[in-house]
Design a protein around this ligand. Sequence first.
Ligand code: EPZ
Length: 419
Amino acid sequence: MEKIVVNGGRMLHGEVEISSAKNSVLPIIAASILCKDKSVIENAPMLEDVYVICEVLRDLGCNVYIDKKDNKITVETHNITLKEPNMDLVRKMRASFLIMGPMVAKFGRFKLSMPGGCNIGSRPIDLHLKGLKALGAEVETGHGFVEVDAKKLIGNKIYLDFPSVGATENIMMAAVFAEGETTIENAAEEPEIWDLAMFLNSMGADIRGAGTGTIKIYGVKELHNTCYRPIYDRIEAGTYMVAAAMTHSKIKIKGVNEEHLRPVISKLQECGVIIHTLNNGIIIDGSNKTKAVDIKTMPYPGFPTDMQAQMMTLLTLASGTSIITETVFENRFMHVSELCRMGANIKIDGRVAILDGVKKLTGCEVKASDLRAGAALIIAGLCAEGTTQIGDIYHVDRGYVNIEEKLKKLGADIQRVKV
Ligand code: EPZ
């Protein structure tokens, strides 16, 4: 086991490189199942979750080569078989359920373990299954498994009760070879959905409207080889933006697409953070005192739930009272108790957290409960008085490439130690 140890009080400076988006690369690797043979993903982030989904594809018979030096992942599908993947492997990561759509599209049927819930919520899959049924599949659930059988997938119109990212992705992939036209209405609009559609189209799929609330998929016969470079990780970028605001530093975030960060930029500007957008990145100047603001997490283009913990950390030291409402997941406040141990003044009432800004945070031993909460606690440690030790750091490694190295390069006093 490892933990991260941070000595607070250092200003940050310089610039940080952002990796490719984890939440693009996971569905893209799942979608590579649909390729006739070889797909290459460039600038892939070397993350635990990426290794897990690569293992799942290997378990299905794919050849998967991970080149950690060049950050390249190659998937060859000529040996893929229709088998039930190793349950322990699949259960390691919920996003493994994203292979359901491509496997049903490729083989006409698939059986997969139900994805468990996780710390932030029950994470149901009813919308995924509603979409597969609408395409003509028979869906059986029981004994902890989901079995999908579709002699033939026929295009249809599907309305999502909630703009679920995973359901939009699974349905889009399942519909790629379906006969005729499929329309997903009230689809998720996250940039990673657009990225997945562009990856599929680079192999010859015909998907239009991805990134908007209505996506159309026109069935094609097969998908050819491709080489694709995913978009940058807007949540990783937002995390470093908050780190600069928290430590009242000025840093440059390289590579990100400012459009994907609009909700985060606008909220940080409301807090008093100065932000300049350049053609190759963003300058964050956190020298002003942070003002209290209210935040309500919403599906894109609203404020992202994956940035809620990080923004909460910033607001623990803001002058005034802030109200944060988490509308996307039912249990995404586990970082609150850890922040209160560091001296924050936060009260929870259901899905609402009320923060009264305090003068300072003090370092202590805390634990990460999920990857974003872990990142938020590291940020808290950057400005807390004394030393903060963040345990269960494996959560953070699922979504952040070398977080302590990137922060050390920015001037933080931070190291990873074996426990
Ligand atoms: C994706 O999860 C992301 N994960 C999450 O990022 C992110 O927080 C989430 O989208 C929301 O943006 C990946 O992309 C791998 P959802 P996903 O389906 O697809 C309800 C991170 O930190 N829902 O949009 O599971 C569900 O209960 C992770 O990087 C249904 O009701 O999210 C939840 O309340 C955490 N029925 C809401 O939708 C369904 O069938 C959002 O879930 C599916 C979802």
